[in-house]
Design a binder for this molecule. Sequence first.
Ligand code: 26Q
Length: 811
Amino acid sequence: MIKMNSLDLNLLADSLVEKTKRYLISHMGKTLEEARDEELFRALAHMVRDEIMLNFLETERAIQKNKIRRLYYLSMEYLPGRLFVNNASNIAHMDLIQLAVQKMNRNLPNILAKENDPGLGSGGLGRLAACLLDSLATLQYPALAYGLRYQYGTFEQQIRDGIQNEAPDCWLINENPWEIRQDLEKVIVKYSGHTKTFRNFVGDYVETLEGNEEVWAVPYDMPIVGYKGSSLALRLWSTKESPRNFELQRLNAGKIDEAAENIIISDVLYPNELNETGKRIRLKQEFLLVSASLQDIIRRYLVMHDTFADFADKVRIQINDTHPALLIPELIRILNKDHDMPWKVAVDITRAVTSYTNHTIMREALEEWEQPLMKTLLPRQYKVIEKLNHEFCEDIRKNRHDSHDLVRNLSILEHGKVRMANLSIIGSHKVNGVSAVHTNLLKSSVFKDFYEMWPDRFVNVTNGVSQRFWLLYTNPLLAQFITDRIGDGWIVDFTQIKKLADYAEDSQSQNEFWQIRKKNKDRFISYLKHYCKVKNAHGKVVSTPLFIDHNFLFDAQIKRFHEYKRQLMDALHILMLYNDIQENPSGRTPRACIFAGKTAAGYITAKNIIRLLFAIGRKVNHDPVTRRLLQVVFVENYNVSKAQIIIPASDISEQISMAGTEASGTSVMKFAMNGALTVATHDGANIELSESVGEKWWPFRFGLTVEQLENAKYEYNNPKINRAIEMLRDHSLAANDDEHRAFCELYTRLTHWHVLTDLESFYQTQIGVDELFKNPALWASYAIHNIASTGPFTTDNCIQNYNQRIWQLTP
Ligand code: 26Q
């Protein structure tokens, strides 16, 4: 990082203007005056990238030279958000850019808005991966990350008359300035064909493949820039750019469909529910990531070493959920066949390098593949799985007399399925959950038998978020507020944030807190007015005045729509509030209920919940009695950059999943860091955050615990609740038959996920929220105590825990 005085800055800005002008001419054929904001964005991004790359090379050289242990992080999903501010600020050039843009007479926010948000993921798991990389880079751990370069992001959510439509998310429609295509490092990935058995040098039976398909995977490197410029590579594989993939043979035989399938493997991230073709391509994608990355890992290793003797010492591979679990059979196979290692040694080395993070407690969400599909598509890997599983099950049978049930429970292959979690646990030396309660539930229920067999294999690493991304760059006003009081040490040492508690009762700080909050709310309101237009079924904008101002309480639930997350309970609470206000509007706290989130295309119930929220908004937002006290807003097409506008403006963060269902939840941490108070069940990371904050400053916990829910049953005896739920089927919300059917359908699901069981407690808690909001000074002191308690929930801490408990790398 270069320290600059204002004279230097001025000179540098002049030079940046000149360089930018030249770049615009040489790369885009435009003068500065002709260049559009989008082009200026690309030109400036290239200037930033030049700086990053110098640093990047140095890091890579240092790792190579010192032959140190390196971590390889494999994930099917990454949600890094827009990179410009992060990258430019981290190499300390944001002031410079600001000045240069000013000299060019252009508007920086308009230019920054032209960057597309890479939607290479669906939710928490993908965003967690991005925060972990931020911390790995900042803390200068030797690491490299692998993923897929999906041509299209998850999908662009369009809400038309309350209905979610899925449109393609063309994030790569313009050139992506952050990536570098590395054609010379492409690799071949093989699918299908039939196997032939022979013996390797040590006498094991191994397989060769004939009549298979071949696909080229081409890597694109994206530098991940940590604070003060240290960086690591995110290597994303693509099948798009390779003519080889347009397999001539098949084309000649007229099998254009099959040939085309291999070009489109990396086209789009597939969702959870899939048809047969979708399933096959998703499995191909998972293997693409695994096979290409492993070839790359082994190539890198062999550049530095002559034998595999040090492989188990120098390589660590973390798999983000089971999606890259095929890494286990593939690595065993490569060591055993290509490098003539005895089977048992190959298995031991694989286990020594691999570890697995689990992100779900719900059994139905564990990944499984049909055996015939895997056998056809990946015959060699399937044979390895069979052998691994056979030995594992035999071992149990030999050692346990009660082995029958145990084998059925632990076997990788069962009921015609390949159970990826079982494969991952058997093939890893460590398995981690993502919050204390989640890890305990894994040990006591889902993976109980595994835990009893291998207790040391299970560890907890509670999730975190990057305070640099989510506080420093997302909420610069609050970041400055913090730095003014406790210095800027918190940016790299977040334990220091606890010093902020000294200011919780200081009235000057409380006032300033509210001034910042109001500015952030105004920014969000103006964003809503410009970009969040309600659209009818034909996509036409319906004129909808907004009655929100910065005196409203901003209440946000932003996350994927899923029944277990209980957006439906939130919706019912809004109806209860609406009815209350109708009865007596005086003395009420004005509240804006903000929702954002996508759901899988085929998830009908979740889509109906979105539709219900839309219908509720339609009713309450215009009702002359309620509109100045209650507003419901749905922010379309939720993504990282939208979260960056919503979170700094929110007073209340809704974390209301049914106890025992949310593995961790990370938005709870982002909101708390930004000064929101949390309405929360006793679930996932809410529990640990509440313990860190302390009961006194965590007033809005509600709902039953996992244990209490076991015997809980809702009895319909609350008149307010009855009135609210009747609105689902008495036509007070539905505008047509179709909506009526949708809401009646939701009515039948009210007892699922204990929505009604917890509703009364939720309602009472929200009364407490309204009351506290009437005392701004007190509210601010709660909020400041909450911010001050988020210290443990940074991914910096998370990475240190991974390192201590699993990787043992040297930074
Ligand atoms: C599996 C098979 C086939 C197709 C898709 C999938 C699939 C894809 C993505 C299954 C699950 C996911 C994503 C899961 C996820 O985001 N989990 C969240 O992870 C967060 C980070 O640990 C936690 O905070 C959340 O609690 C958890 O829900």
